[in-house]
Design a protein around this ligand. Structure first.
Ligand code: KG4
Ligand code: ZN
Length: 314
């Protein structure tokens, strides 16, 4: 990032987890270790920036998998020390929330529907440094709801993107699944998970290849349930706060149906909606740089004693 503009955003994917049906933390940190030097190298080359031109080094402080966070933070600490430039620790969730800024000017306050593999929150963003979580999931995250139901349908990990693809040719109203009635702006996805589990079991008893025969309709219906639920909560948050500027971020904001429904709803109700490009929805370095940019302007630097953290609330 140069003066608040992203010049390169390099992501190293980790295929190694797919065969296990989920992320294996130890393999994730080892892959991080292998990728970090080449990725930084490519990012600098693509941006046309030399190492000694850097004015700060940012890293994800948490929440996330501790092993991977340790690789990133150790690397960032040594780089900032060797270049003698400030070090900036970035909260992963705040970075998702600020990702909308990468391509659009946003006005404060705004609401962010943050939907990732680990978190589901509605955040009121008063400034880059002042955010209130006004709704959160009480159990699974929206991404987990996608991944776990996709797994029940026989799709490989992470199932969210595949479910999205299969749903394109299905009928979203083919099957009905319940959603959970929990607190005003909070979310729960465990009921949906159980409903899909029993649905698949019961239908398979009647017809062994039911799932295979109805895959795109089931995917479209599950997706419709999750997306309608998210949108209903977002609408309620807008009504409660009176804030009509909205952004959607996190891996699940890459979902094509959510993007379409959100746009339609925003047009209908006159919200100002910002949804980042796909590359800034799922985990990426650009959003970390964006959040770091605001901290840099505020001279909010970390020192060498900074430590990563694995968790915060969902
Ligand atoms: O933000 P992210 O990349 O990583 C976390 O911080 O968790 O989000 C990953 C999550 C996974 O659960 C993945 O299945 C989901 O985002 N995801 C999707 C789509 N693309 C990624 N879910 C539904 N539809 C998609 N197109
Ligand atoms: Zn994320």
């Amino acid at each position: 990032m140069v003066n608040g503009k992203i010049h390169s955003n390099v992501v190293a994917g980790q295929q190694v987890h797919a065969q296990y049906g989920g992320v294996i933390p130890e393999l994730a940190s080892r892959a991080h270790q292998q990728h970090i030097v080449p990725v930084v190298d490519v990012a600098l080359k693509k941006a046309g920036v030399e190492m000694d031109e850097l004015s700060a080094v940012a890293f994800t402080q948490g929440p996330g998998l501790l092993g991977s966070l340790l690789v990133g933070s150790s690397f960032a600490k040594s780089l900032s020390l060797s270049l003698n430039v400030p070090l900036i620790g970035v909260n992963h969730l705040e970075a998702h929330v600020l990702a909308g800024f990468i391509e659009h000017p946003l006005e404060f306050p705004y609401l962010c529907l943050l939907v990732s593999g680990g978190h589901t929150q509605i955040v009121q963003v008063n400034s880059p440094h002042d955010m209130d979580v006004i709704g959160r999931t009480l159990d699974d995250a929206a991404g987990e709801a996608f991944d776990k139901t996709a797994k029940m349908l026989g799709l490989s990990y992470p199932g969210g993107p595949q479910l999205d693809k299969l749903a394109k040719t299905g009928n979203p109203l083919a099957f009905t699944f319940p959603d959970s009635r929990v607190g005003e702006l909070d979310f729960s996805f465990s009921g949906l998970k159980t409903a899909v589990l029993y649905f698949v079991r019961d239908e398979r008893e009647k017809q062994a290849d039911f799932v295979e025969q109805n895959l795109s309709n089931i995917c479209a219906s599950v997706q419709h349930t999750i997306v309608s639920y998210l949108m209903r909560k977002l609408k309620r948050a807008i009504k409660q706060t009176g804030i009509h500027r909205v952004t959607i971020s996190g891996g699940v904001s890459a979902n094509s149906y959510l993007r379409m429904v959100a746009e339609e709803t925003a047009n209908k109700h006159g919200w100002k909606l910002v949804v980042p490009s796909l590359e800034y929805c799922t985990d990426n370095a650009g959003m970390i740089a964006m959040a770091a940019h605001f901290k840099f302007l505020n001279k909010d630097f970390a020192d060498q004693s900074v430590v990563p953290f694995a968790r915060t609330g969902k």
